[in-house]
Design a protein around this ligand. Structure first.
Ligand code: AHR
Length: 541
């Protein structure tokens, strides 16, 4: 299956772009792919009057697991730390995350969630427990429920809490939600108040287990459905402010890859949902997909060449086919698209950094990851009618992180910069872009030379993202815009000296966005983008 996908992506991707373009703009004749690829110009056609789905801001969500130094060190240093903090949470990390307007944070896992017992993480006495999934280290439980809620509050985000279905009980999860959300003077409500929080918390999203087919309990789809429906019934949100508007959305475990067992999983869960009784429901189905060539991950996160760059990008583009496959199954049971597809774990997973601890999933983050992030965000935006939430793995110090920390030092990664540049796409309206991407080839890997995605905000400003996958050739973009009169254009671009350029604690701004010059003339926006770059421009009417 994976091989077939590889083949299809390598051989057909540019052609499918042409087909999509023709479907979107049936009156526009596009030049054949090869002719465009030979030139240094790619023509885009944008009809700003043809709006699509809303690009939900939740597509830019984060995932923060108790794993390695993702929470401890990365977020939590404790109130007595010399590292500047507010109630134990690092001020530098909070400021950086505020700037990318994180819409939601998924916590506490991951595999960790299905072994997490929330009572260990409240109150004064916090017992040390084990974290068997991730290095077998001691989990101090000093970052628990109140600390997480304080953290999302400090960064201005929403809580996405995953409950323990694998090794917990419905009672334990139900009591956690009562503790978090009741405004009544129950024992749990009083306990929360005694622990410093009289008012109920808002829990916007609830994960009903994690990877229950694997680390979350090795369940069959049928067994999972039985468990999940029990949790869906009893794990209630009692916050009066979430009764009608702002209802908590429940996200069931979904597929985790391209094998047939995953289509069976999606089919079983969706079929159960279609035949549901009044007593349970769900609002989202999760999908996990990491960019990894093969398990265990062997590709290096730094110190690689163009071959690995191209291979990883080819692999990451499989996200599109995966979403299409599962969205098609969902359409059969839910043609009105009530259930969101939630890609709540995605990103590049490379070999661990030499010298780093086993199970900590520490990796560097390069310009390749910036390009990879943009390609995935563009895919999500194109499927915005069904994909309404996504969470990159993971927020700090783990896998494809936004931020790396080393004691008091912090560095922003190339991926972070893409998330910052994409902020205007949050809740904007998707606008179709027709183009012939042309080819970039490396050995036997053929990739679209460019990718482009556009959206319009409430004020009528058009935002255009252009990704130049070609690591060697700049490309001039001519975007002819109809449906609005473009008057001015400005923006920024992110590129780097090499595909594996990274930011380090000694050189934290080696990869950083810079302004790009672009012009508007007679309804056409023109700009030249550098090799291996991600660019976002705003076009004002
Ligand atoms: O993100 C690391 C791990 O990857 C998560 O804990 C798990 O859900 C997935 O397998």
């Amino acid at each position: 299956m994976a091989d077939l996908l590889d083949c299809r992506l390598a051989l057909v991707f540019p052609a499918s772009r042409v087909l999509r373009g023709l479907a979107l703009l049936s009156t526009v004749a596009l030049a054949p792919a090869v002719a465009t690829a030979a030139g240094d110009t790619v023509a885009l056609s944008i009809d700003a009057a043809k709006p699509g789905a809303r690009i939900d801001r939740n597509l830019f969500g984060q995932f923060a697991e108790h794993l390695g130094t993702g929470i401890y060190e990365g977020v939590w240093v404790g109130p007595d730390s010399p590292i500047p903090n507010t109630r134990g949470i690092r001020n530098d990390v909070v400021a950086a995350l505020k700037a990318i307007k994180v819409p939601n944070v998924r916590w506490p896992g991951g595999c960790f969630a299905d072994e997490y017992h929330w009572r260990k993480g409240i109150g004064k006495d916090r017992p040390g427990t084990l974290n068997p999934n991730w290095g077998g280290v001691v989990e101090p439980n000093s970052f628990g429920t109140h600390e997480f809620m304080d953290f999302v509050d400090q960064i201005g985000s929403e809580a996405f809490v995953s409950v323990n279905i694998g090794s917990g009980t419905p009672q334990e999860a139900a009591e956690w939600l009562e503790y978090l959300t009741t405004d009544q003077p129950t024992a749990l409500g009083k306990e929360r108040a005694a622990n410093g929080r009289p008012a109920p918390y808002k829990i916007a999203y609830l994960g009903l287990g994690n990877e229950s087919w694997d680390c979350g309990g090795n369940m069959t789809p049928e067994y999972y459905v039985r468990q999940m429906t029990i949790y869906s019934r009893f794990v209630r949100n009692f916050n009066p402010a979430q009764r009608d508007a702002n209802k908590m959305l429940r996200i069931a475990v979904g597929p985790g890859g391209g094998e047939p067992r995953w289509t069976e999983w999606t089919d079983t869960v969706m079929k159960a949902w279609k035949g549901r009784q009044w007593s349970w429901d769900m609002e989202g189905l999760s999908l996990h997909n990491y960019t990894v060539i093969k398990w265990p991950p062997a590709y290096a996160s730094v110190g690689f060449g163009e071959k690995e760059y191209a291979e990883i990008l080819k692999k990451t583009l499989e996200m599109d086919g995966l979403i299409k496959t599962h969205a098609a199954i969902m359409d059969r049971y839910d043609p009105e698209k009530k259930i969101a597809l939630v890609v709540d774990e995605w990103g590049a997973w490379y070999a661990k950094l030499p010298g780093s601890q086993d199970g900590f999933l520490a990796q560097q983050n390069s310009q390749r990851d910036a390009v990879l992030a943009a390609l995935n965000l563009n895919i999500f935006a194109r499927h915005a009618d069904r994909v309404r939430m996504a969470n990159i793995a993971q927020m700090v110090n783990v896998l494809q992180a936004m931020i790396l920390t080393d004691k008091a030092k912090m560095v922003l990664t190339p991926t972070y910069h893409v998330f910052r540049m994409y902020v205007p796409f949050q809740d904007a309206t998707f606008v179709p872009v027709a183009f012939d991407a042309g080819w970039y080839t490396q050995g036997d890997v053929a990739l679209p030379r460019v990718d482009a995605m556009a959206a319009k905000d409430a004020s009528g400003t058009l935002f255009l993202s252009v990704t130049n996958l070609d690591p060697n050739r700049p490309v001039t973009i001519t975007a002819s815009v109809s449906g609005m009169k473009p008057r001015s254009v400005a923006g920024e671009t992110l590129t780097a000296a090499k595909v594996d350029s990274v930011n380090t604690f000694d050189a934290p701004t080696a990869v950083a966005p810079k302004p790009i010059s672009a012009k508007v003339e007679g309804g056409t926006v023109t700009l030249t983008v550098e090799p291996r770059s991600v660019t976002v421009v705003s076009v004002k009417p």
